[in-house]
Design a protein around this ligand. Sequence first.
Ligand code: FAD
Ligand code: NAP
Length: 537
Amino acid sequence: MASSKGAADRSDAFDAVVVGAGFAGMYMLHKLRELGLTARVYEAGTGVGGTWYWNRYPGARVDVESLEYSYQFSEDLQQQWEWSERYATQPELLRYANHVAERFDLKRDIQLNTRVQAARFDEATGRWHVTTDNGNASSRFFILASGCLSSTNVPDFKGLGGFKGSWYHTGGWPHDGVDFTGKRVAVIGTGSSAIQSIPMIARQAKHLFVFQRTATYSVPAHNGPVDPVALARVKANYRDFRERNAKTGYGFILDANEASALSVSDEERRAVYESRWARGGLGFYGSFGDFLSDKAANDTAADFIRQKIRSTVRDPVVAELLCPRTVVGCKRLCVDTGYYETYNRPNVTLVDVSKTPIDRITATGLRVGERDYEVDAIVFATGFDAMTGSVMKIDIRGNQGLRLADKWAAGPKNYLGLGVAGFPNMFLIAGPGSPSVLTNMLPSIEQHVRWIGDCIATMQARQAQRIEPVEAAEETWVSHVNELAAASLFPSCNSWYLGANVPGKPRVFMPYSGGFATYIEKCNEVASRGYEGFALS
Ligand code: FAD
Ligand code: NAP
């Protein structure tokens, strides 16, 4: 495919426009260049790295070990980059993102500080017209690498505008950090971002109030330096390590135990949980095969974690409040360093807002029922308008002016999570309908980018101009994604997977829960059958 420049303003015509310069957008750009295409990446931030550019809150780090949460497309890169800890911190991840951008000379095609506002497909020319707050462009392909956890959610609390202190969202943290020394601080939320930041903030703050609406399960990270023996073993055959990881349900190796939790004795079950707990991290998901499909099996894991909480937190009333009552894993399991222990500190107060919600923000703090909590700073660890938020903020119009926002009004609809009927030559990376957030996301992202690259290469070979899913294939996929979710325990609690955290958002389980390996097979099958379910013209 020759470069399709030639419109009135040559500099603004590309083969592809990519939204976002996180790990997905960066690798997509590299792949497009390998195919000999011209591309422009637009990024709202002033630097690359996406999640790791925005989420600079204290304690931010990965919950998947860095040897697995890293790019695999370049053998030299994975051999030469040295991770300092099992779970890299945000600054290290951001250094990594910048290193990749420089190593592969990506920055010259990334326009920073630019937000894509609209994209319209012109059926006559077969081109996308992309509008940004800093110039416009046209392209044949329009690729959304805009992130499934990049649109922050600040609940609409009354009175926030009149608050005299400072407030922050974990997903938009100031670049020069925040010093909470001597301050009274409120953290709203107890999801992963809160669980990572609370122990750090508690060490600095004069007093920390944690406002908890729903208690969350967390397993210890047992973080530390990367074990040199394990590192040498992986580096000796990184390819094999990555292949094993792609054959798992979650995109990382967790030595899944396929036995039912109900098929073993109480002692054996406890021993399994204890050993997973001692190892630390998300490997806890692999304890038993029916962990996420059988409520009675899941209850055994829930009981185990509750016992751990009770044996860690000294005040029994606080411990009981911290004990979750939901299904373990129906929200992404958190991985912490000293989270529950933090509640033994005299300067930390847990405020239960499950029955009496935060009523309003006052000039000097928060009001819950009759009680005022005076604080100098508020941290919103209140999550994201996940999976669809960043896409829906762009006014995207496909064939005959069809608005994506209208098409998705009752929940996202797409085929394989990759393409949307009615929106030719538009691709999504790691969005709804794909395993995405239920997996180690870097391999998920790379698998999508490779698939999109192969698809475009096939179009080049066949001199095809357009590709889009056919409605019937899309409908079948959406039903399949829903059926898988309905057969699992995922929909049993109010999670962002379901859009339940954003008022008015349709309640639809968005990610594909059939497992990473199965999903890869399906994608490969579709491609090998000549992009079955897609119309190529
Ligand atoms: P992002 O990194 O979110 O990048 C998307 C980029 O698009 C952003 O920089 C954004 O500014 C830009 N953008 C969006 N809309 C526009 C627009 N209209 N115009 C221009 N630019 C736009 N996953 C894991 O697998 N393991 C983890 O340990 C893990 N930890 C996480 C920790 C945090 C705090 C968060 C929030 C998420 C975490 N995730 C984790 C998920 C994480 O989002 C992915 O791993 C991965 O970084 C996503 O990369 P991405 O490029 O798809 O999206
Ligand atoms: P989150 O999981 O959505 O947690 C948001 C928290 O805010 C929840 O406890 C929620 O309570 C609470 N909340 C929201 N609105 C509220 C309100 N009006 N009043 C009181 N409480 C309110 O968001 P997150 O912690 O940012 O994590 C999002 C995802 O990002 C994670 O699931 C994970 O995938 C990823 N992440 C990963 C890591 C990591 O360990 N590497 C770190 C951070 C984030 P309810 O539960 O009641 O809604």
